[in-house]
Design a protein around this ligand. Structure first.
Ligand code: SAM
Length: 279
């Protein structure tokens, strides 16, 4: 499944607003025991997770950004250089300075569905991801939680879709279109049948089974017109296309829903953030 850099850029402000600050602060406290915190960002896209999290963490950070999409890894490199106060790309890794922090960044192209073990060989202190795990299967999540716990790393993932959506004004087809969208979410996105909105619970249970302490927060996108018109329109078009593909709702009814959604004034799109710490 591929994601465009333009879609990721469109959602980044809403993603960053939605993230739970208390969980990020708790992670920062946990990582403060390391003079240089090593982080592994799974499904990094164009680097949004680093841009949100690095300012909260300690002075010295060493990140590995992983994605299977070479174009997104290149976009991440460019976007991070533009974001930093200073950037040095002359060495084997990108070395960034941002708000007084030293941030070393390496990029790795890898297909996560092949398993995390090779990526965990670098012994990260924290495995992190943003907007990834709803794409993954329950089996992949179980294997990933076990592999991460085996290496004793903290785990922090944000913005996992949880299937709760409220659009305003409401529309007669909201429920049927959402049910079709969720059915589409639970198809194969490259990891076997996706957990979709069941992913947050699967992650929480996985880490609890491993003896980790789990902290969660509800982090919906809070979208409003006119500020978020473009994001709401792209999102509504994506939901409508997915609902049509399932054949669960008559196309003419999906069209009617989409027309109403393109004029929506507010939308709350449910996500969860999760932090799991070894005891
Ligand atoms: C919804 S995007 C989120 C991107 C980024 N974390 C963010 O928050 O903007 C999901 C990302 O996971 C990557 N991805 C999906 N399946 C993958 C796989 N099997 N292996 C590696 N990366 C994958 C996609 O290329 C994409 O960058």
């Amino acid at each position: 499944m591929s994601f465009s850099a333009s879609w990721l850029a469109l959602r980044e402000p809403a993603d960053h607003r939605a993230r739970d600050c208390a969980l990020a602060d708790r992670l920062a406290l946990h990582l403060a025991q390391h003079s240089t915190a090593r982080l592994l960002d799974l499904g990094c896209g164009s680097g949004s997770n680093l841009r949100a999290l690095a300012p909260v963490l300690g002075q010295s950070q060493d990140w590995t950004l992983v994605d299977y999409d070479a174009a997104l890894l290149a976009a991440a490199r460019d976007a991070l250089m533009a974001w930093a106060d200073q950037a040095d790309a002359s060495k084997d890794a990108l070395v960034l300075a941002k708000q007084g922090k030293a941030i070393r960044v390496q990029f790795q192209q890898a297909d996560l569905s092949q398993g995390l073990q090779p990526l965990l060989a670098s012994k990260p202190h924290c495995v992190t991801a943003s907007a990834l795990f709803d794409l993954c299967s329950a089996d992949f999540i179980a294997q990933a939680t076990h592999a991460i716990a085996q290496c004793g790393a903290a785990f922090y993932t944000v913005l996992t879709y949880d299937g709760v959506e409220r659009w305003h004004p409401s529309h007669a087809r909201d429920e049927a279109v959402l049910a079709a969208f969720i059915a589409h979410q639970k198809t194969d996105k490259g990891f076997g049948i996706s957990a979709g909105p069941d992913a947050p619970d699967a992650l929480a249970h996985g880490f609890q089974r491993e003896g980790y302490e789990v902290f969660e927060a509800s982090t919906p996108w809070q979208l409003e017109a006119p500020r978020d018109n473009m994001l709401m329109a792209e999102l509504a078009r994506g939901i409508a296309a997915a609902a049509r593909e399932t054949g669960q709702v008559e196309p003419i009814l999906v069209d009617d829903w989409l027309a109403a959604r393109l004029a929506a004034t507010h939308a709350a799109i449910g996500h969860r953030d999760l932090l799991a710490l070894p005891r």
